[in-house]
Design a protein around this ligand. Structure first.
Ligand SMILES: [Zn+2]
Length: 296
């Protein structure tokens, strides 16, 4: 199946009220396990390559592997450079076949975020690649919050409308109490803020730092207007536990690296199936609308 733009998959998710997981795919176990799950339950999927999370894998190799696997999948799969830091990284990802890029200028002063995002939109759109950008800082590893604390960094709905209009982006990542962390207790998500932003912009909205919520929360988040669910931390921890269990139970004849690869691949397959079901995206690869939403 041809590589699909993430905004196309997400527009269908917003129209039909389901969530699309964007899963970190830094190596072949992740890529193969996650696509296997999407094919098994007929769900669309987004595979994300994040250079910060997998510094051992060069961008040129990781991005190209994800894009190649997406093209060979029997369901619509998009690939995205997650938290692209600058134009150079974005261009390398595009040259290596990604369908979508994310530029994270949320730490920049507002006007500078607009200016750099516009530049990246011009480059990406010229070659049919869609762009996600972030407004308001999602706390945690890849973002610094500054002195004002998490509350002050939440996305302002009116600024979101202005940002989308001026930059022409295709997907907007917003901050409403979510963070790139292991949540201690229940995070206080401001779903009214999500609804306000969704009412002002017509493009799909992304939630970063979405793993570790109570399983009942996802339906509420999707109902409020989120379409893309970036999910990694919980899976990243659980796969390590699965490998640890396998290694401690294996005897000398089976404790060999290729069995660890198989254990990890099977883990990503099973965990992805559960997540696709939780987000109500299983079965949605059938009758998927292949029209993006217009940003203006
Ligand atoms: Zn993120």
């Amino acid at each position: 199946m041809p590589l699909t733009n993430s905004n196309v998959i997400l527009a269908d998710a917003r129209r039909r009220q389901y969530g699309i997981p964007s899963l970190l795919a830094g190596n072949l176990e992740m890529i193969v396990g996650q696509i296997r799950a999407a094919e098994a339950v007929a769900a669309p999927l987004i595979l994300a390559f994040n250079q910060g999370a997998t510094p051992a894998i060069p961008l040129e190799i990781g991005m190209a592997a994800a894009a190649d696997a997406a093209r060979k999948a029997s369901v619509p799969v998009a690939t995205i450079l997650d938290h692209g830091a600058d134009i150079e990284q974005i261009v390398i990802a595009i040259r290596n076949g990604t369908s979508s890029v994310m530029f994270d200028g949320s730490h920049l002063p507002y006007e500078e975020n607009v200016r750099q995002t516009c530049e990246i939109v011009a480059i990406a759109h010229a070659v049919g690649v869609d762009v996600e950008a972030e407004l308001g800082a999602v706390g945690g590893s890849s973002i610094y919050l500054g002195e004002q604390g998490p509350q002050a960094s939440m996305t302002d709905p009116e600024q979101a409308r202005d940002f989308v209009e001026r930059t022409g982006i295709d997907v907007l990542a917003i901050s409403f109490g979510n963070a790139h962390v292991v949540y201690k207790g229940t995070p206080q998500l401001d779903l009214d803020r999500v609804r306000e932003i969704a009412a002002r912009v017509s493009i799909p909205l992304a939630m970063h730092g979405a793993s570790g919520l109570d399983s009942t929360e996802y339906a509420r988040v999707i109902d409020a207007g989120i379409s893309k669910i970036c999910y990694y931390t919980a899976m990243g921890r659980q796969v390590s536990q699965a490998i640890h269990r396998f290694s401690s139970e294996a005897d000398e004849t089976t404790l060999i690296y290729h069995n660890i690869i198989a254990t990890a691949t099977d883990f990503f397959d099973e965990a992805t199936r559960d997540l696709l079901h939780l987000l109500n995206s299983d079965g949605k690869a059938q009758n998927l609308h292949l029209n993006p939403m217009q940003s203006s």
